[in-house]
Design a protein around this ligand. Structure first.
Ligand code: TMP
Length: 413
């Protein structure tokens, strides 16, 4: 079975004028946690490199791991992160109030619907829902809680085969668009699923946040594209669609919610016009911005290694806090293994007892974490939940425990 291939042209504009920005080395899949009995077995590793298209400025991976291999069994559960559940609750009610309230029988389709957490909120508001989620184990969880979910990768054949004839007022896709290799096929599907005047709403991590806050660890094999507005607008234009609104969100280290419809159906909002201007001013369409980013990432790696070595010499006990996929990128790139971290705590039951890909650190349940002492330092791998976690762990901090936040500059709190 083929597992990996290398592309040589841009995913949006097909230009071959591509510049290597950051090489994160050969890495295992960021979500491929390992069972104890498999620790000695061969681990697949693939190049993890960020390229910039000098024509349309899409930042992207060109080393592509086959999606069947990537998403077959998936351990990321939306419902494991309370802040995401809160975000989804608000998300559904905002979309409902703005676009669905007046519609008689609104119907929402979500692509990459995970365990059904967002659709559950739409359903509560009286909307018919359908999820499409490739990971079989997770699609089953959604079906089990009453969210109808087809377990498939989205493509035109699947739409035909499943007779998905009922058109949606809204198609949503969160943290999915960046995972798609064939964006053009994906957009054709969106058009097939949407009603006349329907709206495609998607959330993607925002490239400016990634660059500004040095979120290099959000780069992993699943994430093929890192978006700013210009390449997205170019793509939509090819399908006679346009972005008419954009709203910034806090989740996942900085996200944009993008609203797309057939051209001239909605007025272009002030928020969108302002963000377009901001991107120009920030320099997101200048190569030197990316060169600086790459230098900063390398510097962060050495600072983090120095800090951890110093703590270890001082006899501190260091553990990881949160075992998100991005944590594995950071650990592998910075070569942080069991020489530094004794274990990692995480709230996701599916991850408990498993070992992290590459660095092989054991993941434990946070509930069993009782041995708090003033000698402990928690490397905050789930840095996107800093606020919530620090609030939750005030006991730990009161007893003298400290958090080491790795990005944008390693700092102790
Ligand atoms: P995410 O950043 O991809 O949402 O993943 C966050 C990971 O961190 C996920 O595995 C759950 C975990 N987590 C904790 O262990 N404790 C927490 O308090 C929160 C909010 C998340």
């Amino acid at each position: 079975m083929r597992k990996y291939h290398k592309k040589n042209e841009c995913r949006i504009c097909s230009s071959q004028d591509l510049k290597l920005i950051l090489d994160l080395g050969k890495q295992p899949l960021a979500n491929a946690f390992i069972k104890k009995e498999n620790l000695q077995k061969y681990e697949n590793k693939f190049p993890l490199r960020l390229y910039l298209c000098k024509n349309c400025f899409l930042l992207q991976l060109l080393d592509i791991v086959d999606k069947e291999f990537l998403f077959k069994e998936y351990l990321y559960l939306t419902s494991a992160s309370k802040p995401i559940l809160n975000h989804f609750q608000k998300y559904a009610s905002e979309i409902y109030n703005e676009f669905l309230k007046e519609i008689k029988k609104p119907f929402v389709i979500e692509i990459g619907s995970n365990d059904g957490s967002l659709l559950k909120e739409f359903k509560k508001l009286g909307t018919d829902v359908l999820g499409i989620e490739p990971a079989k184990n997770i699609a089953k969880m959604a079906n089990d809680i009453g969210i109808p979910t087809k377990s498939n990768f989205l493509n035109q054949n699947i739409i035909k085969k499943n007779s998905l004839e009922k058109k949606a007022s809204i198609v949503v896709a969160n943290n999915v668009f960046g995972h798609i290799e064939d964006l053009k096929e994906f957009m054709k599907c969106i058009k097939l699923l949407l009603k006349n005047k329907g709206i495609f709403v998607f959330e993607v991590p925002y490239l400016i946040d990634l660059i500004q806050k040095l979120e290099f660890d959000t780069v992993y094999h699943e994430h093929l594209s890192y978006f700013s507005l210009r390449p997205l607008m170019k793509l939509m234009n090819e399908f006679n669609l346009e972005i008419f609104d954009v709203k910034k969100q806090k989740v996942h280290g900085g996200t944009i919610r993008v609203f797309v419809a057939e051209k001239d159906n909605f007025e272009i909002t002030k928020d969108l016009k302002e963000l377009i201007k901001y991107e120009e001013k920030f320099g997101i369409y200048k190569i030197k911005t990316y060169e600086k980013f790459s230098d900063n990432v390398k510097q962060l790696r050495s600072e983090l290694q120095d800090k951890l070595s110093k703590f270890k010499k001082e006899g501190k006990i260091i553990f990881g806090y949160g075992a998100p996929a991005k944590g594995n990128v950071l650990l592998n790139y910075c070569k942080i293994g069991t020489q530094f971290l004794d274990y990692i705590l995480d709230t996701t039951p599916l991850k408990h007892g498993l070992y992290t890909p590459g660095m092989h650190i054991q993941v434990r349940s946070d509930i069993t974490h009782q041995e708090l002492s003033s000698q402990q330092i928690a490397l905050l791998l789930a840095w996107n939940y800093e606020e919530e976690i620090i609030k939750k762990e005030n006991e730990f901090m009161k007893k003298g425990g400290k958090f080491l936040v790795p990005i944008p500059i390693p700092r102790l709190i």
